[in-house]
Design a protein around this ligand. Structure first.
Ligand SMILES: [Zn+2]
Length: 89
């Protein structure tokens, strides 16, 4: 189990890291010394049995002719902008 949510952090120079963060704590890029800004939450959202951001169980086919794998928690396909069907179960 990985109960901690991971976030994507980005510095001004576009360097990115993925890590757990503590609220109110500032993180810095070890090489450039630039402060990191939180730019996104990674799926799977905590708590999840998987710590892999794009684990197969968190993906599904979008259903269009592009047949792209998309994250299960999205409402619209990021590749073709089609509305994704509601999840069963
Ligand atoms: Zn699509």
């Amino acid at each position: 189990m990985s109960p901690r949510q991971k976030y994507r952090l980005r510095a001004r120079s576009d360097r990115e890291v993925v890590r757990e963060v503590e609220p109110g704590k500032q993180y810095f890029d070890a090489e450039s010394g630039e402060p990191f800004e939180v730019v996104g939450k990674l799926i799977p959202l905590a708590p999840s049995p998987s710590s892999l951001p794009y684990a197969v169980e968190n993906l599904r086919l979008c259903g269009c002719s592009l047949e792209q794998l998309v994250q299960r928690d999205l409402n619209d396909c990021p590749h073709c902008d089609r509305r994704l069907p509601a999840l069963e179960g």
